[in-house]
Structure formats: C-alpha cells, structure tokens
Design a protein around this ligand. Structure first.
Ligand SMILES: NC(=O)c1ccc[n+]([C@@H]2O[C@H](COP(=O)([O-])OP(=O)(O)OC[C@H]3O[C@@H](n4cnc5c(N)ncnc54)[C@H](OP(=O)(O)O)[C@@H]3O)[C@@H](O)[C@H]2O)c1
Length: 286
C-alpha cells in the first residue's frame, strides 16, 4: 500500500511510455514487501535540469535515467561513482540526504550475464558492435575483466575515440574496424563472443542485422543487447550457425537488479524481475 512514507523512485527519459522498468521494479518491491514505488516521467531534453532539481525538492529515493539524458545528467549530479565516471554516462541515481550520486549499471549488467553463460571473460576475443552509450559502458566493463576487444562501428571515428578513451583510462587499446560484412567476417573467425550494442534489429527495423549465419561459427556466443524483440534477427542467424545466444532482456533485468540494490541496499529478487520482464515481453507483437 502506498503511504505517506513510501519511497519514490522515478524513470526519466523521452519516451518512457513503453518501458518495462516500472513493472520490473514494482514487482520486485512487492515481492519483498518493500515500501517503495517506481514511476515513469517523460522528461524532454530541455527540462532535465528542473527534473534533477525536483529529485532533491521532492525527496525522491533515486532515478533511472534513459535516452536522451544519460550523458547530459552527468554535469547536474553531485558525484559520480567509478562505474559512471569512467564511462561518462549515468543510468542510475541515488539521493543520499540531498546529495545525488550517479552510477552506471549497464556495463556490469551485461558482463554478469555473459559471465554466467561463458565463465571468465579474461583473454576471450570479443567483437563489440557499436560505440554509443551502451557500447561504451560494456566496453569498459569488458576491458576491466581482461577481455581482448575489437570495436566495430558504422562511424569508425567514434569507435576510435572509445578505443583511445579505454587506453587512457585502463591502459588497454582495442582494435577498431568498420561494419562492412567482410570486415566483420574476418574478425569473427577468431572471436569467442559477438555483442551487438547497436540499435540495428530493434523495432521497427526488425529485419536488419549486421551479421548473418554464414559469418558465424558454432563456438561463438552471440549476445544481442537489443530486446525489442527479445529474439532479434541476429539471434536467429546465430542459432542457425549453431552458436549460443543471449537476449538483451537478460541484460535489462540484470542492470535493473543492480539499480535496485543501489537504492534499497537489499539483494534483488532476480527471478521475480525476470519473470515480470518476460511476461510483458511475450505480449509484444512485432
Ligand atoms: N538490454 C539492455 O538493458 C539495454 C541497455 C541499453 C541499451 N540497449 C539497447 O542498445 C541499443 C543501443 O543503445 P544506445 O543507448 O547505445 O544508443 P546510442 O548511444 O544512440 O548508439 C547507437 C549505436 O547504434 C549504431 N547504429 C544505429 N543505427 C545503425 C545502423 N543503421 N547501422 C549501423 N549502426 C547503427 C550507432 O552507430 P553510429 O555511431 O555510427 O551512429 C551507435 O553505435 C538500443 O537498441 C537500446 O535499446 C539495451
């Protein structure tokens, strides 16, 4: 029951209407009988400073932050925890007595899901597609775990920038390439893991993929962080090639669980959160 002492956590972004996060978090709060509620607010780009101020004014417990605010919120917070400062982007905020602390759970969420499926990432050859916000978070988390990274991006300059940033902050310099099929096919021959962190394959362009079955091999693990739909064309191609597959819905749940733990200090009920995400995702029609 919502009472005068219920802690409020909000998602801010634009758009937010179709987000699974309110359902995932509220099911977790209910299952542990925690006195929190999670709501979504559509906050246009120009309204971000006022929204951040409101977190303090209204005494919200914290925030999830999504497109288009993950980078621009950085300068509006009081401090950044290492996960956010290395990446330069925030997806979780905790209000500690009026002091707003930024975190990023995307990278750790992704690598924890991968580690569960393939074990240690140290020394694994990983081809990461993308150099946007999510790819950056994942690249840092992979590099911290000793993976051997190649970054491929449509705009090669962005991949180079990311590689230079990794070298400056972590002392590792991933290889960089474009996304032409022959370029990706060459790297994939020696790859253990392929991660798609681009928007390719996401609704409404569900027929698109940067990699087809002919370019993959059965010893590959293919992780598509796109989760609308949960089984993208890339994952279907991977299955055809006999490769292992991981859907982005698993990362969504894992990064949500890490945010939950930051806000509440309690272990997240991962299975409850996963079941809620899948129940809603199964209702999607693409
Ligand atoms: N599962 C999860 O928990 C989770 C979490 C975060 C994000 N995501 C998903 O990850 C995807 C990327 O999100 P983001 O926040 O990183 O977005 P972003 O910052 O806008 O980056 C988009 C990336 O996709 C590439 N891209 C877009 N359209 C492309 C095309 N037609 N061909 C080739 N490359 C293309 C961009 O390349 P350029 O640099 O060349 O533009 C860039 O690398 C989205 O689908 C998002 O829903 C999932």
């Amino acid at each position: 029951m919502i009472t005068g002492s219920t802690g409020v956590i909000a998602l801010i972004g634009d758009p937010v209407e179709k987000s699974l996060s309110p359902a995932i978090h509220n099911s977790a709060f209910n299952s542990l009988r925690l006195n929190y509620v999670y709501v979504a607010f559509r906050v246009p780009r120009e309204a971000l400073p006022k929204a951040v101020e409101a977190v303090k004014t209204l005494g919200l417990v914290g925030l999830n932050v999504t497109i288009p605010h993950k980078v621009s919120i950085v300068d509006l917070l009081d401090t950044l925890e290492k996960s956010a400062s290395t990446v330069g982007a925030v997806n979780t905020v905790k209000n500690e007595g009026g002091k707003l602390i930024g975190y990023n759970t995307d990278g750790r969420g992704a690598v924890e899901v991968l580690e569960e499926r393939v074990g240690s990432l140290a020394g694994k050859n990983v081809l990461l597609l993308g150099a946007g916000g999510a790819a950056r978070a994942i690249a840092f988390a992979l590099a911290e775990r000793g993976a051997c990274l190649t970054i491929a991006n449509r705009t090669v300059g962005r991949a180079k920038e990311l590689s230079v940033g990794l070298e400056r902050k972590l002392g590792v310099k991933p290889k960089v390439t474009g996304i032409k099929p022959w370029m990706l096919a060459g790297v994939l021959k020696g790859a253990d893991i392929l991660i798609n962190a681009t928007a390719v394959g996401m609704y409404p362009r569900t027929k698109e993929t940067l990699v087809t079955s002919k370019m993959m091999h059965p010893n590959l693990t293919v992780f598509d962080i796109v989760y609308q739909p949960p089984y993208t064309r890339l994952l279907r191609e991977a299955r055809e090639a006999g490769a292992k597959t991981i859907t982005g819905l698993e990362m969504l749940v894992r990064q949500a669980a890490l945010s939950f733990e930051i806000w509440t200090g309690k272990q997240a009920p991962l299975e409850v959160m996963r079941q809620t995400a899948w129940r809603l995702a199964r209702r999607w029609r693409f």
